[in-house]
Design a protein around this ligand. Sequence first.
Ligand code: NAX
Length: 327
Amino acid sequence: SKTPVRVAVTGAAGQIGYALLFRIASGEMLGKDQPVILQLLEIPDEKAQNALKGVMMELQDCAFPLLAGMEAHSDPMTAFKDAQYVLLVGARPRGPGMERADLLAANAQIFTAQGKALNAVADRNVKVLVVGNPANTNAYIAMKSAPDLPAKNFTAMLRLDHNRAASQIAEKTGKPVSAIEKLAVWGNHSPTMYADYRFATIDGQSVKDMINDEEWNRNTFLPTVGKRGAAIIEARGLSSAASAANAAIDHMRDWALGTNGKWVTMGIPSKGWYGIPEGVMFGFPVTCENGEYTVVEGLPIDEFSQQCINKTLDELKGEEDGVKHLL
Ligand code: NAX
C-alpha cells in the first residue's frame, strides 16, 4: 500500500474544517488508496484547541481506514512540518466596525507567519491552497513570505465560484452539471470575479448559443454567481461551509490527480498570461496533469470580457498594494 502523505489544515475547528476533514480522511481528496496524516492547526486559544480535540475524537470514531495519523497544533512551525498538501482555511473574519485596511493587516500578519513557516519546514514540493479570505491576497502574502518554495505551488480558491457558475448554467439549460466543459472564472474570489461561459460546451454544443441571452448573462448570471456567498449568509445565517469544503476538495484533487483535459479554475500567480501582471494571484482556466497545472492560453478576450477582467484585476491590485508595505 502507498506511503501516507502529510496534509496540514488550518482553521481545523471552524465550520469549513468540520465539512472538510472527514472527506480528506475518507480519501475523497487524494484517492481511495492514499493514506493521510492530518496535521491540524488552530489558534492557541483554549476554546479553539478544545473544539479541535472534539473534532479529532469524531475523526477517530469514524475509524477511517486511510487515516494513518493525526496531530493537533497551535504553532504553524510544527503544524507544517514536512507537509505535502496544505489547506489554509483559518483567517481573521471581519469584525464589527473593522475597516478593510484593518482586515487586510490582520490577515497579512497571519499569512506572513504561515508563509514563513511553510518556507522553513514544509516539504519542498508542498501544494498550498488558500481558502481563508481575502483568499487571493492571503495566498499572495504566503507566497511572498516563502521565497525558497516555488511560487507556482501557492494557489487561491476560485473553485467555489466555478462550481456555482456551472450549476447556474446547468439550471438555465436544463442539462446535467457534469456535462459542462470549458468554463472559466477570471480574477479575484469576490463579487468582481468574471465567470465566463463564452467557450463552454455541453455535448459539444456551445453554451452561449444554447442560452443566447446576453441580457441574462450580464444582469442575472454574473450577479447571481458574484453575490452567491452573501445570499447564503442571508438564508443560513452563516457563510457557506459545506460547498466551500467541497470546492477545496475539488481543487486539491484535480491539482494532485489531474483533470483529464477538463478545464477548471484555480487562483494562481500570473506569469503574464492575458496581460495580467506577473505575480498577481488571479483566477485562470487551467488543466492539470501529473501534479502540475497549465493555463489555457490563446482565448480571445472581447471588449466586455476585458472590462470585467480589468475590474477584478484593479480590485486585486488594490488589495495587494494595501499589504505590500507589510511584507
Ligand atoms: P470559522 O470562523 O467557522 O472558522 C475559522 C477557524 O479558523 C476558527 O476556528 C479560528 O479559530 C481559526 N483560525 C483563525 N485564525 C487562525 C490562525 N491564524 N491559524 C489557525 N487557525 C485560525 O470560518 P469558516 O466558515 O470555516 O471560514 C474560514 C474562511 O474561509 C473564512 O476566511 C471565510 O471567509 C473563507 N471562505 C472562503 C471561500 C472561498 O471560496 N475562498 C468561501 C467560503 C468562506 O467564506
